[in-house]
Ligand binder design. Structure first.
Ligand SMILES: [Ca+2]
Length: 310
């Protein structure tokens, strides 16, 4: 036991006995107590340097391993099945080289104006698993001449039986989508047990989030209410990594059970609404066609925020 080591221990305990800090000048009655303590401590403790090393090693940042997405489509490899094929088969959707992020392959969506907004692009795709909380990420670029008009759907998540389109909510049915808004903002669009209107309820971003011509990375988080009889569900929307929408107190489902859990991607994008006022038009006032592009559609279990370049 080195003198330095003894001195360190003595200094550590000297305040308990109100003795001077010099180990060789403390008073006799306390000397015995200090020595006993020193012997006990030296026998049962690791050297100071070692315990310091242990403390720092337990606090070293451990690289965080993110769970891989449960669904991922970047459109780079043509597929005859799965989400790629299902999207590419839709008459208003087409995988096109060069329209994705960094000129990669992406999904072109064609919005054809008509008397209910634009022709419906509505697809469902099973996640292959189910749970209470998932995060949907996608990149979207609206063309320079895209018209938001009065707003429309982009995509979202749902259970086995979704409820949308002004239909009556059933206890096991709900939907949670992200919508583009008239001002270039984004909002939630939720059909829940406790919505106040026939149509879904929304919380809007404070400002525009979409610049036409640029890709943006959207994350839609859906946290189901649990237990089913409480309105404690939430939804959040991040754009380019920044929180833009917080929607709370949602009772998505009214009963519990596997069929009420998040289990599907709802790829639903169109203008509307349900009336001619939602339709994109040319300068003569006739219905026209506009485009948007999607890439890197991913779904993660739990709360996840996707950032550009991911
Ligand atoms: Ca791509």
């Amino acid at each position: 036991m080195s003198l330095e080591y003894i001195y360190t221990y003595h200094r550590s305990f000297s305040f308990l006995f109100n003795v001077k800090s010099n180990p060789f000048s403390f008073s006799k009655p306390l000397s015995a107590v200090s020595i006993v303590l020193l012997v006990v401590l030296s026998g049962c403790s690791s050297p100071v340097t070692s315990s310091t090393d242990q403390a720092s090693s337990s606090m070293d940042p451990v690289p965080r391993v993110e769970a891989p997405p449960v669904l991922k489509e970047d459109f780079e490899v043509p597929q005859n099945s799965g989400l790629y094929a299902k999207l590419n088969r839709h008459r208003s959707l087409e995988v096109v080289e060069g329209v994705g992020v960094n000129n990669s392959a992406g999904l072109q969506a064609t919005y054809v104006g008509y008397d209910r907004g634009s022709e419906r692009i509505v697809l469902e795709y099973s996640l292959g698993q189910r749970g209470l909380t998932y995060s949907l990420c996608y990149d979207v670029r609206f063309d320079e001449d895209f018209q938001f008009v009065r707003g429309g759907k982009i995509m979202g998540l749902g259970p086995d039986v979704k409820v949308t389109g002004g239909n009556t909510v059933i206890p096991a049915g709900w939907s949670a989508r992200s919508n583009f808004a008239e001002d270039g903002g984004i909002h939630t669009y939720v059909y829940s047990q406790n919505k106040k209107w026939k149509w879904g309820e929304s919380v809007h971003s404070d400002k525009a989030v979409f610049r036409k011509g640029d890709f943006h990375k959207v994350t839609l988080q859906v946290q189901l209410n649990d237990p089913a009889n409480l309105p404690n569900g939430e939804s959040h929307i991040y754009v380019d990594g920044k929180l833009q929408v917080t929607h709370k107190k949602i009772q998505y489902r009214g009963v519990s059970g596997d069929n009420t859990l998040i289990s599907k991607l709802l790829f639903e994008t169109f203008h509307g609404g349900n009336t001619p006022e939602y339709a994109p038009r040319d300068k003569n006032g006739n219905y026209t066609t506009v485009n948007a592009y999607f890439d890197n559609i991913e779904v993660y279990e739990g709360l996840h925020v996707c950032t550009l370049g991911e």
